[in-house]
Structure formats: C-alpha cells, structure tokens
Design a protein around this ligand. Sequence first.
Ligand SMILES: CC(C)(COP(=O)(O)OP(=O)(O)OC[C@H]1O[C@@H](n2cnc3c(N)ncnc32)[C@H](O)[C@@H]1OP(=O)(O)O)[C@@H](O)C(=O)NCCC(=O)NCCS
Length: 165
Amino acid sequence: MPDTAPAIVLREVLDADLHQFFEHLRDPQAVAMGPFTAEDPNDRQSFDAHWRRLRRNPEVTVRTIALADDPERLVVGHILHFVEEGQPQVSYWIGREHWGRGIATTALAMLLREVPERPVWARAARHNRGSLMVLQRNGFVIVGQDTGYAPDRGRMIDELVLRLA
Ligand SMILES: CC(C)(COP(=O)(O)OP(=O)(O)OC[C@H]1O[C@@H](n2cnc3c(N)ncnc32)[C@H](O)[C@@H]1OP(=O)(O)O)[C@@H](O)C(=O)NCCC(=O)NCCS
C-alpha cells in the first residue's frame, strides 16, 4: 500500500452521493472486474430502485467512503455489509481515479471494526487481483470457488469465495 494513502471516513449515505455511485458502478473498466454488476449499469431507474431497497434494509450496513478533509463532497466510493442466503458478506467499489491508493484496504478494515460479527464472507472474480489483495490484507482466506453471472460478458465467470473467521 502506498505510504501516502489518503485519510478516509465512512459515513451514512446521502442522497447527494448517489449520482457519484452511479458513475462508479457504470464505469466499463470497473464493471469488467466482477460478476456483481447490474444487468444494465446505465439504467438509472433500476439503480435508484436497488439503492432504495439497500438503504431501507435493516440487514445492510452501507457506507459512503469519503476523503477525510471534506467528507461531504469528496465521495470516492462505497462499501457494504449485507446478508445473502443467510451469509454475512462484504463488498466495496472505488471510483477508478482513486484506485491503487490503499482506499479499499483501509475502508474494509474500518467497516470490519464497525460490524464485528464473524465469520464474514466475500466473493471476488478470480481475475480481480486488486480485490483479492484487499481481502487477504484484511485477513480473509480463500475457502472455495464458484461461478457468477457477469452481465457485461453475458456469461458465467469464475469467482473465489473468501472467509474471515
Ligand atoms: C478492486 C478495488 C476495490 C481495489 O480498490 P483500491 O482502493 O484500488 O485497492 P487498494 O489500493 O486498497 O489495494 C489493492 C492492491 O491491489 C493492487 N491492485 C489494484 N487494482 C489492481 C489490478 N487491477 N491488478 C493488480 N493489482 C491491483 C493495488 O495496487 C494494491 O496493491 P499495492 O498496495 O501493493 O499497490 C477497485 O479496483 C474497484 O473498486 N474495482 C471495481 C469494483 C470491484 O471490483 N469491487 C470489488 C468486488 S469483489
């Protein structure tokens, strides 16, 4: 991780953050990294409906990742803890202009302090080396493999399942 990793905060999601998340989530280079994307990342209506459900769901902890020197405006990504088929999981997404600065690694460490229940799982596409590094640096270990549908490729791709005990 670079020595110059910027200070970040995790805070509640504001309505004003959503347009930034929408842009992050439809960046084709980011979409290509995982199977966890919307059927059509450019569909703002389904994005809004999805985020309304997420923010209302008591089983979901979702946080905006913001730069500490201006948490209201400098939205760099989001991170969430959710339950899928009874399994607690984490996921995160950082805007491309902020990649490689240690932000996802730090944000995950912060979320794991805020939500201390264990075990917790995560999934990453086998080719998503950045995300695998973020998880392993936070103590996750690979416990299995699976496949997930990647809408941008129109096919299933290999993913790894990781767990933090
Ligand atoms: C994967 C992702 C979260 C990484 O975020 P980040 O803030 O750049 O991650 P960090 O800087 O904390 O650390 C990642 C490490 O992996 C490396 N890395 C990042 N992207 C990489 C890539 N595409 N290939 C290889 N290594 C990569 C970084 O250089 C860093 O290692 P280093 O500190 O030795 O340089 C970000 O690229 C992203 O949001 N991608 C799109 C969505 C996504 O894939 N989410 C995860 C779903 S499981």
